[in-house]
Design a protein around this ligand. Structure first.
Ligand code: PLP
Length: 921
């Protein structure tokens, strides 16, 4: 390996975000170098040396992949030794193209024989390219990992035995990979996303001989402490458990030489099947195929397809059904041409004939929801066809009764604020930490949440506290430590319900680092934790330590970690996800995931009512089918897609950070910028830095109070002298057709998603470089006066930022009477009071009337929600007293869109008489 240092040294290796990037780059380097040699280029000797080095680097990487496979790889090495460079160049070129396009998953790649044309060589391989329709008809391909210490001959014989089991009726096809150790198995499942099944035998080693840092990096996160002291008979069980933590969707088969009943009892949750010392390849083959078919099946999508192909007469309302109103039309045929007939064949309101009713599902919709529940790790999952806006209202209505207290992050989505009005909740708004420099908010610190709960406890209102509602992750990508928040809140209120708005976090379940910060994973994890003996011991220690603490000494409780009583605690977590925002689904396709121990006994009925309240009686079947297919996708390739998405985002971060021209005008905000140091125990500053390359994020994601979703990229544009909105509309959109959907005063947010490709990232970088070049030219050509103006513009967006106001307070008129006035307020009463125009008046922001009124001691109380875009959450809610900071903030806002505010009239506030009248009630 010594020679290979010339191509990769420690420094350049650490700049690879992951092994997939390294692998593809190395194959491409090998492709161009072998081609150069084959074409008789200069530096032949040096290039031959380079080829040897590249092959040496690829050798340990390729053992984890079935394509091109160890036999082919050995042949490449032999071709190089025999100096068969023409042959080698052709083979490498075909392999590299097939890897890039994924073509090897769809057809057999012929490597021998000369390529006929340059184009053929580059596109990969034989014959004409497939159409997407052809591809869909092919059998899906995957890889099976077999963990066993075998000789090459044994591995080949097993490969042949499994190949011999293939049947025509199998819906999918696979190729096996053999690894000899537990470490190798963990690297393989983390690195090779094509692996869908793992067969764990009983004869394998613990550690890998593979020392390549881009690979051994995968082992750091599995944390198998003390494994060296464990009896080897336990390896299989430990490995199964570790794999299920990395990729819970993968099917695990354990082959044991011990008591199969005993082992099955211990791995029942993680393994699909346990075999006894078995070499029954047919049985194994059937189980492998069945496992993937189980994930592949899409009950509702399939039912809809079947229904669409049946001839039916339409005698109900829905003229578009079967395309009838379109095909015969003289005027709207183009709609039919644009969408194609299938979408209309699938338009139906039928709930029978193989279909189902979303409102009372018992057939394929129910089955599809159950599969989604498995995929997302919930106890129950419900589909919704009108977005997370509706899901949020359903959950709140199902759980909250009038006068219940709900703690809500104030910068949550507006659907929650309206949900609170509908439910008649008493709301306690929680302030997120401000990021004033960037004119945006972060998230609510745990201390603020605990403080609020302790205050409510001291006021004797804990029995009315029902729910904590938080947004995870926030629009800008700040992510809570979900387990920690739930644990400490449950210590104060053991049956608190959590509603985690995961509108932007549907994908998170499918990346191991992300998963631990999702609601469903955390709920399941905490439930197990509180059942354990070790937790009971932890709790007993905590009880001893806190026995003498005064319940009202808030400081003392706030300064320590809190633990719930395992005999009292109830896990009650709900997550709402806009599947359509981050995964494959038609617009408005959303899901509600539930892990509530009391769902069946306390919530099921009210949930049903709430679902009926908000769900259309004509739900869109296309959306439901897309949710079903989206679930299939994440169960089979969610891991791969999320891994690639993160990789793309990291490449973008790295490029902007290292590109000299981009660095002049742009900066991608790091976790250090967006999460204050007090919430970053790990001390992590950035995912990537110029000296060290990629930092290890696992530890930070495990312990920090907040972390940052790497896939959401906030580009700081202050140094361009443009505000975020201008940069978005005038430059990105108008000039380059790049869409982004959020800006702040000096930043724009780029979101990557599971469809983001390397080319789209390259295009964005190209555009940013062009913008930077143009700006530099423009500034160079400026007259001194113009330059001064430019500098003032930069100062304005970088420094002159209105301070972000906190929530002020509800007016006493909208606080519950007859008890200690607290922070909670009743926005519902205020909301409906404003329906009578006589109770309201307008006060202009443009003169001093508001300031004079406030200075004279008047409480100016908002009669509506005032929601500026951005940031997109209410600066004032009905019943809230306007503070001077809020008025100043509104005056300084330079956004054009402020919902609830009419500039020609002013702020809609309650008249003093209306407030006095309300106070008397
Ligand atoms: C945090 C949050 N919750 C809920 C929603 C509403 O989701 P949907 O558009 O699916 O109705 C949004 C929309 O942007 C959001 O940002």
């Amino acid at each position: 390996m010594a020679k290979a240092k010339k191509i990769y040294n420690q420094q350049s290796l650490s700049h690879y975000y992951n092994a997939s990037q390294f692998r593809i780059d190395t194959w491409n380097k090998l492709k161009s170098t072998t081609r150069q040699i084959a074409n008789g280029g200069t530096n032949r000797e040096k290039n031959i040396e380079k080829v040897r080095e590249l092959l040496a680097y690829l050798a340990p990487v390729e053992i984890y992949w079935a394509f091109p496979g160890s036999q082919v790889f050995q042949q490449l090495v032999r071709d190089e030794q025999l100096e068969e460079f023409d042959l080698l160049a052709n083979k490498v070129s075909r392999i590299a193209s097939a890897l890039l396009s994924g073509e090897y998953r769809r057809k057999h790649i012929i490597l021998d024989g000369a390529a006929e044309t340059e184009a053929e060589r580059d596109s990969g391989i034989e014959s004409a390219p497939y159409t997407s329709f052809d591809r869909a008809r092919k059998r899906p391909y995957f890889e099976v990992l077999i963990v066993d210490d075998l000789t090459n001959a044994q591995a080949e014989s097993q490969r042949a035995a499994l190949a011999g089991m293939r049947r025509d009726e199998d819906r999918c096809t696979y190729a096996p990979i053999f690894v000899p150790s537990l470490d190798d198995a963990l690297i393989a499942v983390s690195f090779n996303h094509s692996i869908q099944s793992v067969v764990i035998r009983f004869n394998f080693d613990l550690h890998s001989e593979n020392g390549l840092p881009v690979l051994s990096k995968y082992l750091r996160d599995t944390k198998l402490d003390g494994i060296d002291d464990v009896d080897s008979s336990e390896y299989g069980i430990i490995l199964a458990d570790a794999i299920s933590r990395i990729r819970p969707e993968v099917d695990l088969f354990l082959v044991t030489d011990q008591s199969v009943e005993d082992v099955a009892g211990r791995v029942g949750k993680t393994c699909r099947r346990v075999f006894y010392n078995s070499e029954d390849f047919f049985e194994l083959h059937l189980n492998i195929v069945r496992g993937v078919e189980d994930r592949y099946k899409t009950p509702f999508f399939t039912a809809l397809k079947t229904y669409s192909s049946k001839p039916t007469g339409v005698f109900h309302a829905l003229p578009i059904s079967r395309g009838k109103s379109i095909i015969k039309s003289h005027w709207i045929q183009d709609m039919g041409e644009f969408y194609g007939i299938n979408i209309f064949l699938a338009e139906t309101s039928s709930t029978s004939g193989g279909l189902d009713s979303l409102l009372e599902p018992s057939g394929p919709i129910k089955e599809a929801q159950d599969l989604a529940s498995r995929a997302f790790g919930s106890k129950q999952t419900f589909f919704a066809t009108n977005g997370t806006s509706t899901c949020n209202k359903i959950v709140v209505q199902a759980l909250v009764r009038p006068d219940d207290i709900v703690l809500v992050d104030r910068d949550c989505h507006k659907s929650h604020h309206y949900g609170m009005v509908l439910a008649g909740a008493n709301v306690v708004y929680l302030d997120s930490y401000p990021l004033s420099e960037y004119s945006m908010y972060g998230a609510v610190p745990l201390k603020v949440i605990k403080e609020s709960l302790l205050k409510l406890r001291s006021e004797g209102k804990l029995d009315r506290v029902k729910m904590l509602l938080l947004t995870n992750c926030t629009f800008d990508g700040v992510i809570y430590n979900v387990q920690r928040v739930m644990e400490e809140c449950l210590a104060i209120k053991p049956d608190l319900v959590f509603l985690w708005d995961e509108a932007w976090f549907g994908f998170a379940r499918f990346g191991p680092t992300y998963r631990q910060r999702t609601a469903m994973f955390s709920a399941a994890h905490l439930r197990e934790r509180y059942k354990s003996e070790s937790y009971r011991e932890e709790y007993t220690r905590y009880q001893d330590e806190t026995a003498d603490l005064d319940p009202d000494d808030h400081e003392a409780w706030l300064s320590r970690r809190l633990y719930p009583d395992p005999d009292q605690v109830r896990i009650r977590a709900y997550a709402t996800q806009s599947t359509h925002k981050t995964l494959t689904s038609l617009r408005q396709g959303s899901m509600i995931h539930v892990h509530d121990q009391d769902f069946k006994s306390k919530v099921e009925e009210s949930f049903h009512e709430a679902y009926m309240t908000h769900t259309s009686t004509s739900p869109n079947y296309q959306i439901l089918a897309s949710l079903d297919v989206g679930r299939r996708q994440v169960e089979l390739e969610g891991f791969e897609l999320v891994q690639k998405q993160v990789e793309m985002a990291m490449v973008l971060r790295q490029t902007v950070m290292t590109h000299p021209q981009l660095r002049k005008f742009f900066r991608i905000l790091t976790v250090g910028d967006m999460v204050p140091a007090e919430f970053r125990e790990s001390g992590i500053q950035s995912y990537y830095d110029l000296e060290q390359g990629w930092n290890d994020i696992w530890n930070a994601w495990e312990i920090d109070e907040f972390c940052l979703d790497a896939t959401r990229i906030t580009l700081y544009v202050g140094q361009t002298g443009m505000d975020g909105d201008t940069f978005k509309n005038k430059v990105l959109m108008d000039k380059y057709g790049i869409q982004v959907n959020k800006t702040s005063r000096n930043s724009v947010l780029f979101m990557t998603n599971i469809g983001t490709t390397r080319s789209s990232v390259a295009y964005l970088i190209e555009v940013l470089v062009k913008i930077a070049n143009d700006l530099e030219q423009e500034i160079e050509d400026m007259s001194p006066a113009e330059r001064r103006i430019h500098e003032l513009k930069v100062k304005s967006v970088v420094e002159d930022l209105p301070p972000l106001p906190d929530f002020s307070r509800f007016h006493d008129a909208f606080r519950p009477s007859g008890e200690l006035p607290g922070d909670e307020g009743d926005s519902r009463t205020a909301f409906f009071l404003a329906y009578d125009a006589n109770n309201c008046e307008y006060m202009s922001l443009g003169d001093r009337s508001l300031d004079d009124a406030m200075e004279a001691g008047r409480d100016v109380v908002s009669a509506s929600f005032i929601i500026p875009y951005p940031p997109g959450f209410p600066i004032l809610v009905p019943g809230q007293v306007a503070s001077m900071e809020i008025i100043e903030f509104l005056r300084k806002l330079d956004v054009k869109e402020i919902h609830g505010y009419r500039p020609e009239l002013g702020l809609r506030v309650f008249t003093e008489e209306a407030i006095q009248h309300q106070m008397k009630r």
